[in-house]
Design a protein around this ligand. Sequence first.
Ligand code: ADP
Ligand code: MG
Length: 230
Amino acid sequence: MSLVRAERLEKSYRVGEVDVPAIRGVDFNIEAGAFVAFVGPSGSGKSTLLNLVGCLDHPSAGRLTVLDTEVASLSRTAAAAFRGKNLGFVFQDFNLVPVLSAYENIEYPLLMVRHLTPAQRRERVERLLAAVGMTEQADKRPDQLSGGQKQRVAVARALVSEPKLVLADEPTANLDHDTAHRILELMKSMRDTFGTTFVFSTHDPKVMAEAEVTFLLEDGRLLEQNGGAA
Ligand code: ADP
Ligand code: MG
């Protein structure tokens, strides 16, 4: 089953008087349950593409279908609702709330989910804390955690609302190679456990080797795909 499909997708940024192309007509397909990386040098368009798939920005042209929804035409409000229901995000700099504990950071997205009772919420947060191996550190604040531990919390936070798709823009860029490897193993095991599709970006060859499918970007164009069906 196709989860994300892009057809002749384009994105330009308006800079002063001119439109600067960042994505120049790309086609790709991401299957449900895939473990996918967009790779390429800095400036090749990785973040732009993830922001489009994550419904954080609008395409300039082309079609983009995410979970059977044509997202290019969503209003800001509809895009926000779509993100809350279907998507999770992991960032390069972790983006944890500094004054909240690991537990509270993971719980945070659930405070907007009205149909959960406090007991159900606690059960979910505890399950995710355990899944990412952070039960012991539940009460620690981000400044008391290592980079790898912070990213574990961020992965748990991305998964707590049970999204179909998690988008991670350079999730290992601020981690050493061993820690980066462990975070990717963790994301893969979360994919295996929960069936969540993961799409991440990286410019690091060691990190891209961990993906099952890679899309190579250069200058806003898709140069090649490795793994997966075209
Ligand atoms: P990557 O994530 O691969 O480093 P980006 O998607 O950030 O690449 O950038 C792709 C291109 O788009 C670059 O040329 C960059 O300068 C340009 N770009 C990205 N964001 C903006 C923006 N908000 N305004 C103008 N140009 C941008
Ligand atoms: Mg980027």
